[in-house]
Design a protein around this ligand. Structure first.
Ligand SMILES: Cc1cc2nc3c(=O)[nH]c(=O)nc-3n(C[C@H](O)[C@H](O)[C@H](O)COP(=O)(O)OP(=O)(O)OC[C@H]3O[C@@H](n4cnc5c(N)ncnc54)[C@H](O)[C@@H]3O)c2cc1C
Length: 439
């Protein structure tokens, strides 16, 4: 017989947005079920080995992300899994927030447990039923267990790919059919000798991003963006089959660990796997300090920068983001540069730094055509350009937290997501420490 569950709030996806959404919904008093397709929490930030969490501060150094995102960082700091927000060596942003990936995942699990969230791992959403403008049932499959039917009060889609919206037939953005950002497979090297590596960077300033602060081997964390000459040499001798003019290296020198973001394609895993091995070979041969480096870990799956984005009651645009636009319906703020990678260009194709933070209106979370469906994280209602900023993890914590809090308020108050009084949501978010939730 099929099991049927009836949580007040169902959160789909346990990445940055989903963890924040589930913690917020449960702490707001709603029975909350979180389903996650993989066997672990943390999503892209934890399991795809991102260089660092980014977007917590604006260009002037004012904090723009608080709430559950900050609580996760603080807990991680208590356990020694993060130094917290530190200045960004390459001055791309004011701060960056390095995280130990495994410890991040564990700390997020601790917060979920403390909040009273029910978690189903290895459980993927496979079908959605709707009645008029309501998502009535969500079917999930748990590996080795089978199917469960969930009849939720409100669904918060934090799958990154807007899975529930897609299966429900909800409206999606159509501004870039088939032309989203390219895919990457991030890799972590061990046994990197940072002495020679940092000496090389210091003696080749023209090969690294202007403004780079080159750290010391005794530093806990370093951030380097460059290596263009060495990449060109690897490309010229045929060791690197794709062309990049720069790579991003986030290192933990005292541990000899370096995360490299350099692979890039639109073709998928098999191409990326070869690029990973070519990178390891290139690093050993060309990068000073790289002779003994080995592949310590690879992202648990292909990193998707952009896929489906929902069509909400409001859509965040490039003008909103670049203009630092205010909204009376603000549920939080974002301030990360518009960071758009182009599959056809060897560098970053489009980067716009922001002078001021922008407000994120409640409407970007709300399904236009359903009254119990919200989104948080990478798939919120945004144009391709605006998504280049809103997809960053600090902002995903914020939109997830707002969607989870809104879901709890709606289901406990007996109204739908379109009827929710945004002033009440803003007050609840401010009480949770969210920055910028105000009229
Ligand atoms: C290569 C790369 C480098 C990046 N670098 C940085 C960086 O340095 N700093 C930074 O802050 N951001 C970076 N980003 C952007 C950022 O990582 C993502 O946009 C962000 O993590 C998305 O968070 P999310 O919570 O929306 O989704 P995710 O963290 O992707 O979480 C979605 C979760 O939903 C689950 N899921 C999906 N489908 C289903 C289903 N059917 N049923 C159940 N669960 C499902 C997934 O398994 C996953 O755990 C990078 C992205 C990429 C791809």
């Amino acid at each position: 017989m099929t099991t049927v569950l009836t949580p007040q709030v169902l959160v789909v996806g346990a990445g940055s947005a989903g963890v924040a959404a589930a913690v917020a919904a449960a702490e707001s008093g709603a029975e909350t079920l979180l389903v996650e397709a993989t066997g672990h929490v943390g999503g892209t930030l934890a399991n795809q080995l991102l260089e660092h969490s980014a977007g917590f501060h604006d260009a002037a150094g004012n904090q723009v992300t608080g709430g559950t995102g900050q609580r996760i960082v603080s807990l991680l700091q208590q356990y020694g899994g993060s130094p917290g927000h530190i200045p960004d060596d390459v001055a791309y942003t004011a701060t960056r927030t390095p995280v130990n990936h495994a410890e991040l995942s564990m700390c997020e699990a601790i917060l979920l447990r403390r909040a009273g969230v029910t978690l189903m791992l290895d459980t993927a959403v496979v079908a959605v039923s709707t009645v008029d403008s309501v998502v009535s049932e969500v079917a999930v499959e748990t590996a080795g267990v089978g199917r469960t039917v969930i009849r939720p009060g409100i669904v918060v889609d934090c799958s990154g790919d807007a899975v529930v919206f897609g299966l429900a037939g909800a409206a999606l953005q159509t501004d870039r059919p088939g032309r989203t950002q390219p895919l990457s497979l991030t890799l972590k090297l061990g046994a990197v000798d940072f002495g020679p590596l940092l000496d090389y960077a210091r003696s080749h300033p023209g090969d690294f991003r202007a403004g780079s602060h080159i750290g010391q081997p005794s530093d806990d964390h370093v951030n380097l963006w460059g290596f263009g000459a060495l990449l060109a040499a690897g490309h010229a001798d045929g060791r690197l089959s794709w062309r990049r003019t720069e790579l991003h290296l986030a290192g933990w020198p005292t541990r000899g660990e370096a995360v490299l973001n350099v692979t890039r394609t639109v073709s998928g895993y098999l191409v990326l796997a070869e690029q990973v091995m070519q990178t390891v070979d290139w690093f050993r041969r060309y990068v000073p300090g790289g002779t003994n480096a080995y592949l310590a870990a690879v992202a648990d799956r292909v990193g998707v920068r952009e896929s489906r984005r929902i069509l909400g009651l409001t859509t965040l645009t490039q003008e909103d983001v670049l203009g630092g636009r205010r909204s009376p319906e603000s549920i939080g703020t974002g301030a990360f540069p518009i960071d758009v990678h182009d599959a056809d260009a060897p560098g970053l194709s489009h980067t716009d730094g922001l002078r001021a933070a922008y407000d994120i209106p409640y409407g970007v979370l709300v399904a236009r055509d359903f009254t119990n469906l919200l989104a948080g994280g990478r798939c919120v209602s945004s144009t391709h350009e605006a998504n280049g900023s809103a997809r960053i993890t600090a902002t995903c914590f914020t939109t997830g937290e707002a969607a989870g809090t809104a879901a709890a308020l709606a289901t406990l108050g007996g109204f739908d997501t379109h009827e929710l009084e945004v002033g009440k949501l803003q007050a609840a978010l401010r009480a949770r420490g969210v920055i910028g939730a105000r009229a």
